[in-house]
Write a new protein. Structure first.
Length: 82
């Protein structure tokens, strides 16, 4: 299944606990779209959050994020990983 990296901007000051809650919300409903969120990273200073997932499409990733209240600003296919 394809992998995707999505990017969220404007999350300046996000805490580790807030990132865990947001990631947990995605995990709770990911099966609805056949998505598997693998990892999330955040830079509280810049307000950028990154999520790596496997999904049938970038639209499926975005639908999960929209339903959990934090739509991605960008969703990129990641065809090569080493």
């Amino acid at each position: 299944m394809p992998k995707f990296m999505d990017v969220h901007h404007g999350m300046t000051g996000i805490t580790e606990e807030q990132l865990k809650i947001a990631h947990g919300a995605d995990l709770a409903i990911q099966d609805d779209e056949n998505v598997r969120f693998e990892q999330a990273w955040a830079d509280p200073e810049s307000g950028v959050v990154y999520c790596l997932s496997e999904a049938p499409s970038k639209e499926a990733v975005q639908r999960i994020h929209e339903r959990t209240g934090h739509p991605a600003d960008e969703v990129h296919a990641v065809p090569l990983i080493v």
